[in-house]
Design a protein around this ligand. Sequence first.
Ligand code: ADP
Ligand code: MG
Length: 294
Amino acid sequence: MTTAIGTRTAHGGIVCDGLVKIYQSADIEVVALQGLDLEVEPGELVTLVGASGSGKSTLLNVLGGLDKPTAGRAVVAGHDLMSMRPSDRTAFRRNAIGFIWQQTSRNLLPYLDARANVELPMTLAGATKRERFRRASELLDVVGLVDRADHRPQELSGGEQQRVAIAVALANEPAVLLADEPTGELDTTTAEEIVSVLRTVNVELGVTGLIVTHDPLVSGHVDRTIAIRDGRISTETLRDRGGADGVISREFAVLDTAGRMQLPEHYVSALALERRVRLELERDHIGVWPESTT
Ligand code: ADP
Ligand code: MG
């Protein structure tokens, strides 16, 4: 299964610094990203979770070059999205990143078979027929679909369609793979299969991956999960699967560059914390009390 493309090393991660995205229409302004800091190392696979409306899709659209950030810094695979010219944006979308949508139908052209869908981005990038055939065969192999190469999307199951979508997203050897709820329309077993394919391409091709999901099972399969709340990163969960006791998972609050952090919502409600809290610095930790306690 490991082929020539399997030896390619990742050459890009993701960095966001105080990223702001404001959607403006005639009468309303929505601040979808409110100074978001994020770092994904080259070759890392990370999941992004958060309530509906917290800014997950906005972040992915900005990182994927589909939406322009309003302020702050976003660098993806070495490309600065703030200063990027429109013509560079098109090349960036075509070559530097791969994007997978939740709707299986949005990822593939219905009248092309799986192989032709995978070859299409390479045609647009000017690859030769021979090169396209070779790479499409390799990618269909990596996602486990060589024997379905001549099937059109409607002849494939939802899970198989998302596998083809992963191959399509990888066609032009992107450094970064962005997926917005790629398992949202699939049952749990199929969703786990898709995550396992994403892990395989991450490990074998060295592609950096950021996957939006609301499925804890999907999240549990990666080493780091980032939670977004109100357009900012609130917590991170790190998983260590090296120990004898199975997977050990720990959740951390995230400090931004100004020293701000969000207290988890259930901590705030458990102690009925309101506008002010009392802080106390101890030798190795910080205490937080409701204002009324003395
Ligand atoms: P999520 O993907 O986490 O559910 P989104 O990124 O889609 O959240 O949305 C974040 C916020 O931005 C929401 O309040 C949403 O209504 C708003 N929003 C998203 N896209 C647009 C848009 N194109 N125009 C105006 N508001 C938008
Ligand atoms: Mg969304």
